[in-house]
Design a protein around this ligand. Sequence first.
Ligand code: CTP
Ligand code: MG
Length: 456
Amino acid sequence: MVHAVLLGAGKGERMGFGVPKQLIKIAGKTILEHTIEVFENCEVIDNITLVISNDMRIIVEEIITRNDYKKIRKIITGGKTRRESSRIGVESLEANEEDVIVIHDIVRPFIDCDLLVRNVEGARKYGAVDTVMESPDTIVEIDEEGFAVNTLLRNRLRRSQTPQTFLYSIIKKAHELAKDDPDVDSYVTDDCGLVLRYGLGKVWTVHGSEYNIKITYPIDVHFSEVIYQLKRVRIFPGVDDLKALENRVVVIFDNDSEIGGELYNLMTSHGSKVFVFSKEVDVDIGDSEDLDKALKRVFKEHGKIDHVVNIDGTSKMNELTSLERVKKEIDTKYIGSINVITVSKKYLENTNGMLVLAQFGCGENHHIIHSSIESAIVSLVRTMANEEPRIRINVVIPERTATPLRFKNFGEEPKELLLNPRTVALIIAALLNRNLTGSVIEVRKIDEPHILEELK
Ligand code: CTP
Ligand code: MG
């Protein structure tokens, strides 16, 4: 079993907002909710213990009930220091010696599932894990008066984030020993520090993430809004994702992408019923009547629609030279996406289905209009996801992909720089099985070997 302990009993004094910072909203949702959601949606985590202060209890309970989280096992009252809150959290667990305990600051909402998985794997292997980052700045030691006394060697220094993850036997022992150690708080500020102080074993380090900041000062709230806008997730398809395609009814709108065919082959070979409509042949997504007719037809035949995927191909534009072309581009890509959302919503609500908008990147050139439309679609999806909890809606943004159309528009490019269309199809297919909404999924060439590896 893997138990998560989320520490949220702090007062946020450095933030100085009058309310604990975990209740501040970023992109319409409290920091606490952002963090809990990552743990809820990450398969490696079995249950969550929330450590909070008594003054927040009513509001936290209201948030938990409203969101209907499934993994929260307990909400307990923390202590005066972070260490005490962590100890109380660990002591409250009903765990076995070999279970894994993931301890995380609730005010680090940009944690991702991949980091949790690597933490848990590390703890099983080494007993204790810290999440760390290189330090871009040189770190100097100063004396009481503020004079620098020592420059530390940067290549051996790391900044420690959370999660910190342990075998239950180790972290339980560490906190027990700390209880009888009067000096502990002068020397140690985190859980891994305890393991080292009492010589309870080695602490393995895993590489953290630039996004995983601890919201501490008011400026961090501004950074958070920006990170939220920029943050993209990666997914690695597994065999279960493909099994889940069985008996799904899927509608694909392919607007010049030439990925529709690839997706069709992949999904039908795993038992989905797939309908591909393309602009060239039958449905122009700029026309909502056309769209509606297409979906009605599929619904009539199969009685449900589980997923709608809208794929926009790359187009070659002489940027800004022709306003006519710009308008046309906005019509097909942006207005088209809105049309797809509006028309498919009612079908997807009935199946708790997912809508995927895939936007292909163009590479370095020809991207002014393309990238501004892409940003608009990303914010559209993020806002929709908040307002429409009954459907899941996500954007997939693959890097340059080797399709014939791309070659036609942009000439021959070295294949080793381009994604294989099958990789993109795999990511879209796997995404449909994931409990994600409002996310931007990136597909990168450098991840391709790892993506294919998982399916072997
Ligand atoms: N924390 C806790 N119990 C405490 C103190 C801190 O659970 N007695 C938690 C915080 O809620 C936070 C994490 O530990 O998620 C990291 O602490 P920090 O960033 O210092 O948060 P605060 O203590 O709330 O902020 P400040 O120090 O500015 O008051
Ligand atoms: Mg603090």
